[in-house]
Design a binder for this molecule. Sequence first.
Ligand code: ATP
Ligand code: SKM
Ligand code: MG
Length: 188
Amino acid sequence: MSLPKRVVLVGPMGAGKSTIGRMLAKELGYQFLDSDRIIEERCGANIPWIFDVEGEDGFRQRETAMLDELSLKHNTVLATGGGAIMRPENHRLLKQDALVVYLKTSIDQQVERTRKDRNRPLLQNDDPEAVLRKLFAIRDPLYTQLADIIMHTDRKSPRLVVRQLVNRMNPKTPRHKRQIRKEGRNHV
Ligand SMILES: Nc1ncnc2c1ncn2[C@@H]1O[C@H](COP(=O)(O)OP(=O)(O)OP(=O)(O)O)[C@@H](O)[C@H]1O
Ligand SMILES: O=C(O)C1=C[C@@H](O)[C@@H](O)[C@H](O)C1
Ligand SMILES: [Mg+2]
C-alpha cells in the first residue's frame, strides 16, 4: 500500500493530535502542520486572544480558511484543532486527498492531559470536565463519521500510537524494510 498524500488527525483537546502529528510526520518523512499554531502565527496572537477579541465565530472563520489552504498541501501530517469538525463545510477540506485518523481518547485522559494548559479558552472555567463531556457527546459522532482509522490513545505512549498508525498504513512491511524505503531505496 502506498502512503496517503496527507494524514489528517482529528479528535478532542488532549487527544494528542499535535504531539503525535509531529512524531508521525518525522516517521513518514512528511511536513508537520498544526492548524492552531499556524493560525496563531498568521494572526500574531494566541488562541485565547482571538477568542476574546473575535469570539469563537471569528476563530472558526480563520480555521476554515486555514483548512482550505492546507488541504492543498501534499506529503503533510496535519494536526487539526479539536473543533475543526464542527463546520460542515470543513469536512470536504479535511477529507481531501487525506487519510483521516480519529485519535479517540477517554474524558478522564482528556481532563488529565489538558489540566495545566491555559491555551484552550473553552476549558478556562470552573468545570472543564463537564465541558469536555458535553463536547464529546456532540463531536464523537462527527469524528467517527469522518475517520478512515479510529485509533484509541488511552494507556498508550505517543510513540506506541505512532508505531500502530504506521503499521495500519503499511501493515505488511516490517520495520527495517520501511526504514530502507524511507531512505529512498525502493527495491527491498
Ligand atoms: N498518548 C499520550 N499519552 C500521554 N500523554 C499524552 C499522549 N498524547 C498526548 N499527550 C500529552 O497530552 C497533552 C496534550 O496533547 P496535545 O497538545 O498533543 O493534544 P491536542 O490533541 O493537540 O489538543 P488540542 O486540540 O487542544 O490542540 C500534551 O502535554 C502531551 O504531551
Ligand atoms: O475543541 C475546540 O473547539 C478547540 C480546540 C483547540 O485545538 C483550539 O482549536 C481551540 O482552543 C478550540
Ligand atoms: Mg493541538
